[in-house]
Design a binder for this molecule. Structure first.
Ligand code: Q9C
Ligand code: ZN
Length: 665
C-alpha cells in the first residue's frame, strides 16, 4: 500500500505546489488548425478532427482550461525533425498536401500502412510536432510545471523513413531529441511512457541504442497478432548496445486489461525502474485507446485509472511531465480521460491511489514476471520474486474476446457495436464494472457449441511441412503444452483426442523459410509453403487425420488468435476449397498462416495445409519481408519430424532443410 497521498515531491521552489492552494502551472496546447488533416473525401475514420474538438469542448465546459496556460501551436522546424526522420520522409510530409501532389496523394497514401493524406495533412503534422516540442521546451525551462499537448495526427507509429498507423511525424521522438540536443536545458535523461494501447514501434526504434532515453511501452500484443503486428513489441526487445535495458515492453496477452492490470505494471515494473533511472523529465505518449469503451483498444482503463497512473509518475523529475496525445477513438472516453489527467496535473488533490476489489488478470502477473525476468540484469530492483499472496489475487481470466482485434477494421462502428457493458457512462466507478466471469462463459459456450459438435463429425487431413511434422510438437496444438525448442506453451484444442492416423506424402510445392523471428521459436525464419504448385519442387508433408473442429483450433493457434469461440473454416469453406483449391480466411488475416490450401484427397478425406498468401510470397520475393534461415532449435524440430517419420535419414533431412533455406525463391 502506498503512503498517504502527499504533495508532489518537487524540490524546485518556484512552481511546485508546496504552498497549499497554490496552483501548479500547467500548459495546454490546442490549435484548431490541427483539424485540417482529415480523410480526403470525408470518409469516416477513427482518427478524425472531432477527437481534439471533443477534448477541447470538455476542458472548456468543465472550466479546466481556465486554470491552465493555453498556447497556440507553432510549426516545427525541419532541423528538429531531421534528428529522427530521414530527409525523404520530411520531403514527403512537407509536400504531400501541395497542389502538385493532389493527383498522387491517395496512391502515395496507399503505399503505407494505415495512412491517409489530404490538403491539410502537412500543416497539421508540422503543428502537432511543433506543439509537443514547444510544450517540452517550456516545461524543461521551468516556465511550466507540466503540459498537455492536444495534438493530431498522432506520432508514435511513425518511423524514421515512413508514416504509419495514422502517424505522420513522430511528435514525441522529435521533442525528445530536441530536449537532449539543447544542452543548456540540462536534460540528459528522458523517460518516455507510452500508454497508448498500441506498441510505440517508431519511438522504440529511434532510441533503440540510446541510454539517455528510457522507452517504456505497455500495449496489446497477443503474441504479435495485434497492431502493429510482429515481434517489435515483445518483451524480449530490450534495446541494444549502450541502449540495452533502456527499452521496456509490457505486451498484454489479451484485451480487457483495466485499471488493476495497469496499476500492477506501474507498481511492479515502471515505478521501481523510474526511481532507479531518475529521469530529468518525463514525456507520456498519451494515447487513450486503452480506455473503457474505445472501439479499437478493447481495454478498460477508467479516467480515474489514468489519473492514478499519471500521479504515480508525477513523483519523479520534480513533476516535469509533458503529455502528448496519441490514439483514443471513443470521443467520450477520450475527453473524460484527458480531463482527469489535466486535473491531476493541475493540483495534487488527495486521491486514493489504491483500487479496491479489482485484481489483475492471471495473464497480467505472467507478463509482469516475464518482463521482470528479462530486465532484472539491467534493473536489479526487478530481481526479487513477487510474493505469492500478491500474484494469487486475480480476476478470473475471460474465456473469450467479447470483441476481438478485428474490430479495428470497423471504422464506422457506432455505439451499438460496443458490448453492452461498455455503453455506460465511462466514469462509472470500478466496483460497478462487469467483470463477472459467468457472463463471459455463457458467451463462449453458446456461440461455440453450435459449430463444434457439427464439425467434430467431419475428418480432414491436416498436412504439415514445418515443425508440426514432429509429432510431439503437433500434439501441443491438440493437447496443449510446450515441446523442445518452443519459447512458449500452446493452448491446445478443445477436443484433445489424438490424431486418428498419421501418414506422409510429398507435394510439388516450394518449401522456404522467412521472417526474422517468432514468439514461439525466437529469432530465425519459419517454414512456408508456396501455395503455387511447381513440378520441379518436392516438399515432404506429414498428414494428421483430425476432425474439422480440431482443424479450426489448429488454425487459431497457427495464427495466434485469442478468440477461441469463433468458427473460421466451416463446411462451406470445405466445399469451396475443393473447387477453388485455396481459401483466404479474412478473419485471421493478421496471422501468417491464414491461407488454407487444398492438396487433394487421401481415402476420400480432403488434405488441407495452411500457409501464407500468394501476396505474402511476393513480399518475400521482393525482399519486403525477410527471407531468413531457421534457427537451430527450429530446424532440429523439422529434422526430428522427418527422421522419426522415416522419410529421410538424419543427413538427408539436414540437407533437405539446408536446401530449402538457401535456395533463392
Ligand atoms: N487491420 C494509433 O492509435 N489499425 N494508431 C489498422 C488493420 C491501425 C492506431 C488495422 C491502428 C493504428 C495512434
Ligand atoms: Zn493507439
Amino acid at each position: 500500500m502506498e503512503p498517504p497521498p502527499d504533495h508532489i515531491n518537487g524540490t524546485e521552489p518556484q512552481f511546485s505546489s508546496s504552498v497549499p492552494g497554490e496552483q501548479r502551472r500547467v500548459g495546454l496546447v490546442y490549435d484548431e488548425r490541427m483539424c485540417k488533416h482529415s480523410t480526403p473525401r470525408g470518409e469516416s475514420h477513427p482518427e478524425n478532427p472531432d477527437r481534439i474538438r471533443a477534448i477541447w469542448n470538455k476542458l472548456s465546459s468543465a472550466g479546466i482550461h481556465d486554470r491552465c496556460m493555453v498556447f497556440d501551436a507553432k510549426e516545427v522546424e525541419d532541423k528538429y525533425i531531421s534528428a529522427v526522420h530521414t530527409t525523404s520522409h520530411i520531403n514527403l510530409i512537407k509536400t504531400i498536401s501541395s497542389q502538385k501532389m493532389a493527383s498522387k496523394r491517395n496512391r502515395v497514401a496507399g503505399r503505407y500502412n494505415s495512412i491517409y493524406f489530404n490538403e491539410g495533412s502537412s500543416e497539421s503534422a508540422y503543428l502537432a510536432a511543433g506543439s509537443v516540442l514547444q510544450a517540452a521546451e517550456k516545461v524543461a525551462k521551468g516556465e511550466l510545471n507540466s503540459a498537455f499537448a492536444i495534438v493530431r495526427p498522432p506520432g508514435h507509429h511513425a518511423e524514421e523513413g515512413e508514416p504509419m498507423g495514422f502517424c505522420l511525424y513522430n511528435n514525441v521522438a522529435i521533442a525528445t531529441s530536441f530536449l537532449l540536443n539543447q544542452k543548456e536545458l540540462g536534460i540528459n535523461k528522458i523517460l518516455i511512457v507510452d500508454w497508448d494501447v498500441h506498441h510505440g514501434n517508431g519511438t522504440q526504434k529511434m532510441f533503440w541504442k540510446d541510454s539517455r532515453v528510457l522507452f517504456f511501452s505497455v500495449h496489446r500484443h497477443e503474441y504479435g497478432s495485434f497492431y502493429p503486428t510482429g515481434d517489435d513489441g515483445s518483451h524480449i526487445m530490450i534495446g541494444e548496445g549502450p541502449g540495452s535495458g533502456y527499452n521496456i515492453n509490457v505486451p498484454w496477452e489479451n484485451g480487457h486489461c483495466g485499471d488493476a492490470d495497469y496499476i500492477a505494471v506501474w507498481d511492479h515494473i515502471l515505478i521501481p525502474v523510474a526511481r532507479e533511472f531518475n529521469p530529468d523529465i518525463i514525456i507520456i505518449s498519451a494515447g487513450f485507446d486503452a480506455a473503457i469503451g474505445d472501439p479499437l483498444g478493447g481495454c478498460r482503463i477508467t479516467p480515474h485509472g489514468y489519473s492514478i497512473m499519471l500521479k504515480k509518475l508525477m513523483k519523479f523529475s520534480r513533476g516535469k511531465i509533458i503529455m502528448a496525445l496519441e490514439g483514443g477513438y471513443n470521443l467520450n472516453s477520450l475527453a473524460n480521460s484527458v480531463a482527469a489527467c489535466v486535473e491531476m496535473l493541475l493540483e495534487d488533490k488527495p486521491i486514493a491511489e489504491s483500487l479496491e476489489e479489482v485484481y489483475p488478470f492471471e495473464s497480467t502477473w505472467r507478463v509482469i514476471k516475464a518482463v521482470r525476468e528479462e530486465l532484472s540484469a539491467f534493473w536489479p530492483v526487478l530481481t526479487d520474486k513477487l510474493p505469492e499472496e500478491l500474484t494469487s489475487r486475480v480476476t478470473p481470466q475471460l474465456q473469450v474476446a467479447i470483441y476481438s482485434s478485428q474490430s479495428e477494421d470497423e471504422y464506422d462502428d457506432g455505439p451499438n457495436t460496443l458490448p453492452e457493458d461498455l455503453q455506460e457512462d465511462v466514469t462509472i466507478p470500478l466496483s460497478k464494472l462487469n467483470l463477472n466471469e459467468d457472463v463471459d462463459d455463457q458467451v463462449t459456450s453458446t456461440s461455440s457449441k453450435d459449430w463444434r459438435s457439427e464439425l467434430a463429425k467431419i475428418d480432414v487431413w491436416y498436412a504439415s511441412f514445418g515443425s508440426n511434422m514432429s509429432e510431439s510438437r503437433f500434439l501441443c496444438y491438440i493437447q496443449g503444452g510446450q515441446a523442445e525448442g518452443m519459447k512458449r506453451p500452446c493452448r491446445g484444442a478443445v477436443d484433445k483426442t489424438k490424431p486418428k492416423e498419421v501418414m506422409w506424402k510429398t507435394v510439388p510445392h516450394r518449401l522456404f523459410f522467412g521472417r526474422e523471428s517468432t514468439v514461439t521459436w525466437g529469432p530465425g525464419g519459419v517454414a512456408f509453403l508456396n501455395p503455387e504448385t511447381n513440378n520441379q519442387e518436392k516438399t515432404f508433408m506429414c498428414l494428421y487425420r483430425i476432425t474439422l473442429e480440431q482443424f479450426n483450433d489448429v488454425l487459431l493457434q497457427e495464427n495466434v488468435c485469442m478468440d477461441t469461440s469463433s468458427l473460421f473454416f466451416d463446411l462451406d469453406a470445405l466445399d469451396i476449397i475443393e473447387n477453388e483449391k485455396s481459401v483466404s480466411l479474412e478473419a485471421l488475416k493478421d496471422g501468417w498462416y491464414h491461407y488454407v490450401v487444398y492438396l487433394g484427397k487421401e481415402n476420400d478425406i480432403p488434405i488441407l495445409t495452411m500457409t501464407c498468401t500468394n501476396a505474402t510470397v511476393e513480399g518475400f520475393k521482393s525482399g519486403k519481408i525477410p527471407i531468413c534461415a531457421p534457427a537451430k532449435e527450429y530446424a532440429d524440430t523439422l529434422i526430428r519430424g522427418l527422421v522419426q517419420g522415416k522419410q529421410l535419414s538424419e543427413d538427408e533431412a539436414v540437407a533437405y532443410i539446408h536446401e530449402a533455406a538457401t535456395h533463392p525463391l
